[in-house]
Design a protein. Structure first.
Length: 400
């Protein structure tokens, strides 16, 4: 039976498809700056230190807007907020291609991160409004997997565009695609009954009150551990495959697409399992997923051959898919409309904090231990084991 407020049974899937493609393009934008770093540094005569500051400018504002984006979506509804977000980030993507010096690039990337950072919590509100509870697990897992696809293949697509044209053209193309998807979203989205409910509920739930809720704190800690795995390993694994395992750059690039494919597939599976079989028992998915990640990282660290290490890497990200899906699905299923955006924003903020901290700590460990990855892997394992312990505290049985 269709929920009130959804005018057509197919409309919600069109909306989900547009959001999925938008988030794929959004993650193309994220990784494009990494690929374009070399020609940008050459053109603007930048050192790696200054290029690093440009990259950091994006994530600083991105992390902060995870909090504010959820509040805005809860208060004003998803239609106007999400359309504005998508339009702004498409504009700043194109503007990146127009940057004329270091300072203009810094400013553009900062505002770009602010615009894109509001997408995850605002899109969660959209899913909660257009999908019934029994379908939200699959819908959110599918949408979240867009980040995996975008990150996994964005670097390849960007490098092809840069090779054929130049680095500016990559951002122009992604910006134009973003504008097209924004217009399509505005055409297909409707004002749902849930928008009014969210605005009313948002007045009752401040970010401070939401951030004090045990389940929100617990899910945030779990996703912090997951963020250490995702952002930390993504930052340093390419160096590991080349310098420790002796692979070429080409082979390393091919290998890094395998976890993305595995994670995408497992996210679809996890969404189905969460909807059909694990209502009220989500903490067990988090527990098994966290313990599996710890085990596979340990096995990868001690693998005798590169092939074995790659297999364990794929299994690591397959298990991560279940953790990520579950953390984002719980607020959609067990929290009132006026709280979903703020809760999702806080939880995702914790993952971004991990993205800021983990690569720096790993770099410090590599320096202190003469390039040995053993302390790095134990650091990651320790963080995900903390997530496993905290996952046992997550209680959804009473509201299932």
């Amino acid at each position: 039976m269709e929920e009130k407020g959804v005018k057509k049974s197919t409309n919600k899937y069109v909306i989900l498809g547009i959001l999925f493609l938008s988030w794929v393009i959004g993650n193309f934008d994220k990784v494009a700056i990494n690929v374009a770093a070399i020609p940008i540094m050459k053109e603007f005569d930048l050192t790696p230190q200054y290029m690093g500051l440009i990259m950091s400018a994006f994530f600083m504002s991105y992390a902060l807007m995870n909090l504010l984006g959820g509040i805005l979506a809860d208060k004003y509804g998803h239609r106007s907020v999400l359309t504005t977000i998508m339009g702004l980030w498409a504009g700043f993507t194109a503007l990146t291609g127009l940057a004329w010096n270091y300072y203009s690039m810094m400013a553009i990337r900062f505002f770009f991160g602010a615009a894109e950072g509001a997408f995850p919590p605002a899109s969660s509100v959209t899913i909660a409004e257009v999908f019934p509870k029994e379908q939200r697990g699959r819908a959110k897992s599918f949408l979240t997997s867009a980040a995996v696809i975008g990150s996994g293949f964005g670097a390849l697509l960007t490098s092809v565009i840069i090779a054929a044209y130049n680095w500016r053209m990559a951002f122009f193309i992604f910006g134009i695609l973003g504008v097209i998807l924004t217009v399509l979203f505005y055409i297909f989205i409707r004002v749902h009954k849930g928008s009014a409910e969210a605005a009313t509920g948002a007045a009752k739930y401040s970010l401070k009150s939401v951030a004090k809720m045990p389940i929100v704190i617990q899910l945030g800690i779990v996703l912090f551990g997951g963020g250490v795995v995702n952002w930390g390993l993504n930052s340093w694994l390419p160096n590991y495959w080349v310098n420790v395992r002796g692979l070429s750059m080409v082979k390393m690039g091919a290998i890094m697409t395998l976890p993305a494919i595995a994670m995408f597939v497992c996210m679809q599976i996890s969404g189905f399992i969460l909807d059909k079989y694990m209502a009220g028992r989500e903490k067990y998915v988090l527990l098994v997923g966290s313990l599996s990640v710890a085990l596979f990282i340990y096995l990868m660290m001690n693998a005798n051959t590169t092939t074995e290490a790659i297999i364990y890497l794929v299994l690591t990200y397959s298990a991560m898919a279940f953790i990520t899906s579950t953390v984002y699905v719980v607020p959609l299923k067990y929290m009132p409309m006026g709280m979903i955006g703020s809760a999702t924003g806080f939880i995702n903020f914790m993952q971004q904090v991990a993205g800021i901290i983990a690569p720096a700590i790993m770099g410090f460990l590599l320096t202190q231990y003469a390039g040995s990855y053993t302390p790095v892997f134990y650091f990651v394992i320790g963080c995900i084991l903390i997530a496993a312990v905290v996952s046992l505290m997550v209680k959804t049985e009473k509201t299932s």
